[in-house]
Design a protein around this ligand. Structure first.
Ligand SMILES: Nc1ncnc2c1ncn2[C@@H]1O[C@H](COP(=O)(O)OP(=O)(O)OP(=O)(O)O)[C@@H](O)[C@H]1O
Ligand SMILES: [Mg+2]
Length: 420
């Protein structure tokens, strides 16, 4: 592998960077000896410093005054990319925020690896944006331009589910079979079907072995939204009405944005605060809207959605989970049982199933033809997700990968192959 080559997984929720070490792909420790860096930035208004990853989350949770940004990858290919966001006295454009994050990743990895990084294979989902090829192509070129500005000279893209397939081949027994790769992350669910075995992994051109690559913009952050809209937002007045003849509903877009990681900051405006203050006077349930006003005033949006995410994660290991929400003067205990969670997720799971059906159709194979299913991505740890995949591929072996590392390791292998 060329000196200075690496694999970069810029994820919706977590990012990794890998280099080859003693002939094997290895993820560089990016923060506290951990190979993943949460894709989060915090701009602190007091010390005017920028924090990344776990540090960024800690600053926000600790109550520091400033702005937290998460799920930046979801902004690629959308109109938000052309907008700027207010940071105390200055405004910053979204491409610059992403560039600062990638530059931090690069600098940290270079310091750890002790070498400058110039060549990179970057992961990309099958679709950054669904059903809009133009916006999708734009998303990739936006990301490429951003990465080039951080100092990488040679940039290649690889589909994330194919990268995960390469990593699967490294760890799986070399059998002649068909494997379905299922990578469900924070923002997207990506799939590929790959023919493995007979020394195929070392062939320079794998296009004949890759039967299908497909994906949808459906991921763990959507589960957070579903959970938040079902369990948390009603406590803030979601689905309630204003008084008056028409009994107009309180605008639902406010709650939808509050439940969408990359849109939360858009709500922290003076205009909306004034609007909510007015609605409190007109609401059928003013106490609930007072809580909404409190959440906006104290910038608790990321905190609340973080509670939804934490409950989701807890349900991967427990039958029920409870949490005491800190909204306004009163604490609010909420409880979710896994069985209700699974029901809540049905439409989301159906979207995953139909994407898997489409992947099979693209590969020209039936579910029974798949010998092994390789599950990776943080969301594949969710029980209803695993159950749904298992149901669909009842005859296949389920293989679990390094949920947060497979794609990054596979991208590093791809970098070693491309930049020899
Ligand atoms: N134990 C768990 N149970 C359920 N979900 C989990 C668990 N652990 C992490 N997640 C979820 O997994 C998602 C992050 O997964 P991952 O790091 O694979 O995504 P990503 O690579 O950043 O996103 P993408 O590939 O879509 O850009 C988050 O939505 C997180 O809440
Ligand atoms: Mg991923």
């Amino acid at each position: 592998m060329k000196h200075g080559a690496c694999g970069l997984d810029f994820g919706t929720s977590n990012s990794t960077l890998g280099i080859m070490k003693d002939g094997k792909p290895s993820l560089v420790s990016l923060e506290d000896d951990q190979p993943t860096l949460p894709s989060a930035i915090f701009y602190n208004y007091d010390d005017e410093k920028t924090y990344f990853g776990r540090d960024a989350l800690a600053e926000y949770i600790g109550g520091a005054e400033g702005r937290l940004m998460r799920s930046l990858k979801s902004v690629l290919g959308t109109t938000l990319m052309n907008e700027t966001t207010q940071l105390k006295k200055r405004r910053i454009a979204f491409p610059d925020i992403i560039r600062e994050f990638v530059a931090h990743l690069k600098k940290t990895a270079e310091a750890k690896a002790g070498t400058p990084l110039t060549h990179v294979v970057v992961g990309r989902p099958a679709h950054f944006v669904d059903d809009d090829p133009e916006a999708d192509a734009q998303a990739q070129s936006q990301l490429e331009e951003i990465i080039r500005k951080t100092g990488f000279t040679d940039i290649e893209f690889q589909f994330e589910p194919i990268a995960a397939a390469f990593e699967y081949e490294m760890t799986a027994e070399p059998r002649n079979e068909l494997a379905l790769i299922v990578d469900i992350g924070g923002g997207t669910a990506d799939f590929s079907i790959i023919r493995t075995g007979s020394g195929r992994a070392n062939h320079p051109d794998r296009s004949d072995d890759i039967l299908a690559t497909y994906g949808v913009h459906v991921g763990g952050t959507d589960i957070d939204r579903i959970l938040a809209l079902d369990k948390i937002m009603p406590l803030l007045g979601y689905l309630t009405r204003l008084k008056g003849k028409q009994r107009l509903p309180v605008p639902s877009w406010i709650y939808s944005d509050l439940a969408t990681w990359h849109r939360i900051n858009l709500l922290y405006s003076h205009t909306l605060r004034t609007q909510v203050a007015q609605m409190i006077l007109e609401a059928e349930k003013p106490d609930l809207l007072k809580r909404l006003a409190n959440v906006l005033q104290h910038k608790k949006g990321h905190y609340l959605l973080g509670c939804a995410e934490a409950m989701k994660v807890a349900l991967s290991d427990h039958e029920t989970t409870t949490m005491d929400l800190d909204i306004g003067a009163d604490g609010f205990p909420i409880e979710i049982a896994r069985i209700d969670f699974a029901t809540m997720l049905t439409p989301w799971l159906d979207a995953i199933s139909s994407a898997m059906t489409k992947t099979l159709a693209l590969g020209g194979v039936e579910a029974e033809d798949i010998h092994a299913v390789f599950l990776t991505g943080g969301t594949s740890l969710s029980l209803p997700v695993r159950q749904r995949v298992q149901q669909m591929f009842a005859g296949a072996r389920m293989v679990t990968g390094d949920s947060l590392g497979s794609v990054g390791l596979g991208l590093t292998l791809a970098a070693a192959r491309r930049f020899q």
